[in-house]
Design a binder for this molecule. Structure first.
Ligand code: SF4
Length: 78
């Protein structure tokens, strides 16, 4: 498990050891997830605040083909 250093603290984060850089998540949550072109990994640039934003991030989680997006960061990512 490794988290991108630019992943903002909070509930949502991406395990870049698992991420295959499919970019499927960025399409679902473009205001929250960024693909790092340097090392082809993804990270959360903004945590969701509203129900609509949370819904986008949950959709991004659901579409990840390798289940690299996690949402227990309030426990593990602080
Ligand atoms: S959908 Fe999953 S594998 Fe694809 S870029 Fe996002 S976190 Fe990485």
């Amino acid at each position: 498990m490794k988290i991108h250093p630019q992943n903002v603290k909070g509930k949502y984060y991406i395990d870049i050891d698992t991420c295959t850089c499919s970019a499927a998540c960025e399409i679902r949550a473009p205001n929250h997830i960024v693909i790092d072109d340097k090392d082809y990994t993804a990270y959360f640039s903004k945590q969701p605040e509203t129900p609509e934003e949370k819904s986008q991030c949950e959709e991004a989680m659901d579409c990840c083909p390798v289940e690299a997006i996690l949402n227990d960061g309030e426990i593990n990512n602080q």
